[in-house]
Design a protein around this ligand. Structure first.
Ligand code: UD1
Length: 430
């Protein structure tokens, strides 16, 4: 299993091109199941989750081909995928394929909407809390589906005549629930209204692509989405939006090590809450047409309190990285996790590097300034792993990160991107 070795202490200087967002690419790829025509997606990151989803879609009969690559300064970044779901040959998504990636459960919606049935294994994915799918199933039931749980599978059937538009009120903001409801409602009979829909940019990206495919959706970017169902969708071409979590992660890395980096292609409007916090902590943030420039030269970092929240709030996917940053801040910072229970597995590993963090319920209290020293650590989930990388960049000496397959799920060319900015990061294969 690959490991990553970091020798900490170098400042970061240069340009980091931001990849397409994993969390947008996955639902967009799944949307290909909704049409017999080709969906062409540009700027898809080359990640193991994308490859795994290609296998899952392949099992349903989707022909996924790499139609082109985008060249960055140091090799390829991103790719164009052509997805052709002319024939759906199987409406079952088996446990062996679905268990490693939670988002693959979302295939249930387009399969149900187009084929009238789906049998999908209940999901696995990152070990952060129980992560149920009750709200996804509730949304499909509101559209008229019947759902049985049989042997670890959700078995969904549409009524004769297809799904029917309905009012769906989510009791809690759910990204996956909103993606699922959108993909089911676009082919339903009549109008669907989603109340308390997720407003994450990835939801808007999916909606924009669906509109290019012929869907009728109003209220993009708001908590109320209205969808008029259409009988069929067509093919389209769409570019995946830049990854705001990758952007925020590298911004925090620069804030932590010091230096000056342009996050090329990043969009500040997708990340304002996190940029505000990084700015309050002491980094300088400047946005221009090329992206976001983050710098810190000499100034001390200050402790800032943060609570995660659905968009436009501070993203839970940046909580672990911000905690790493706060270990280097002057003072005490309180970090509240309000989205997922049990999303603090990085705390113990950060402690191995010398961080001083107390946990009480859903609040972590970070005592700065800790002198971090390199150690062997283990990646436990995607975002937790990358918090160890940025802590390692600021630590003294060698940090060895084990089990890096989590990083490969979500960060394209991490070592290359950081290495070009002066970090000493090496992948050790085997
Ligand atoms: C997506 C993101 C993930 C991010 C999360 C929150 C992808 C591939 N993943 O995950 O990186 O951390 O949004 O921004 O896009 N919930 C229920 N019942 C449900 C569904 C969700 O109780 O049926 C709860 C969850 O346990 C959690 C909260 O709702 O507490 C939010 O989860 P949700 O927004 O659905 O997360 P995901 O879509 O799985």
């Amino acid at each position: 299993m690959d490991r990553i070795r970091i020798i900490g202490g170098n400042r970061l200087n240069g340009v980091i091109p931001i990849s397409g967002a994993k969390n947008a690419a996955l639902p967009l790829m799944i949307a290909s199941l909704l049409t017999k025509e080709k969906l062409v997606l540009d700027n898809v990151p080359r990640l193991s989750d994308v490859r795994q989803l290609s296998r899952i879609l392949g099992n349903h009969g989707v022909d996924v081909t790499v139609a082109g690559k985008r060249n960055g300064q140091d090799g390829e970044i991103g790719q164009t995928l052509k997805l052709d779901a002319e024939m759906i040959v199987d409406t079952c998504a088996p446990y062996e394929l679905v268990s490693t990636m939670r988002a693959s459960f979302w295939v249930i919606a387009p399969l149900l909407a187009r084929m009238g049935e789906a049998r999908v294994s209940l999901p696995g994915g990152c070990a952060i809390g129980t992560r149920p799918v009750d709200l996804l199933l509730m949304a499909l039931e509101r559209l008229g589906a019947t759902i049985e749980i049989e042997g670890g599978y959700a078995v969904a059937k549409a009524p004769a005549g297809g799904l029917k538009g309905a009012e769906i009120a989510f009791p809690k903001v759910t990204v996956g629930g909103t993606h699922t409801a959108l993909m089911a409602a676009v082919l339903a009979n009549g109008t669907t209204v989603l109340h308390n829909a997720a407003r994450e940019p990835e939801v808007t990206d999916l909606a924009e692509c669906l509109i290019k495919m012929g869907a009728r959706i109003r209220g993009l970017g708001t908590a109320t989405l209205e969808i008029d169902g259409v009988p069929r969708l067509s093919g389209a071409q769409h570019a995946v939006l830049p990854d705001r979590i990758e952007t925020g992660t590298y911004a925090m890395a620069v804030a932590m090590t010091g230096g000056d980096v342009l996050l090329e292609g990043a969009r500040a409007d997708h990340l304002q809450a996190a940029l505000d916090m990084i700015g309050q902590a002491g980094a300088t943030i400047a946005c221009n047409n090329e992206g976001i420039r983050v710098s810190r030269n000499g100034s001390l970092l200050e402790a800032v309190d943060v609570a995660t929240d659905p968009f436009p709030g501070f993203p839970t996917d940046l909580q672990a990285q911000f905690m790493a940053l706060m270990t280097q801040a002057n003072g005490t910072s309180r970090i509240a996790e309000t989205i997922f229970e049990n999303r603090f597995m990085h705390v113990q590993e950060l402690a191995r590097l010398g961080a001083q963090i107390r946990l009480s319920g859903d609040i972590a209290t970070v005592e700065g300034v800790a002198r971090l020293k390199g150690a062997q650590v283990m990646a436990t989930d995607l975002r937790a792993s990358v918090s160890l990388v940025i802590a390692g960049l600021a630590a003294e000496g060698e940090t060895m990160i084990n089990r890096v397959y989590h990083l490969d799920r979500g960060f394209e060319q991490l070592e290359t991107k950081l290495g070009r900015c002066g970090a000493d990061v090496t992948r050790i294969s085997g």
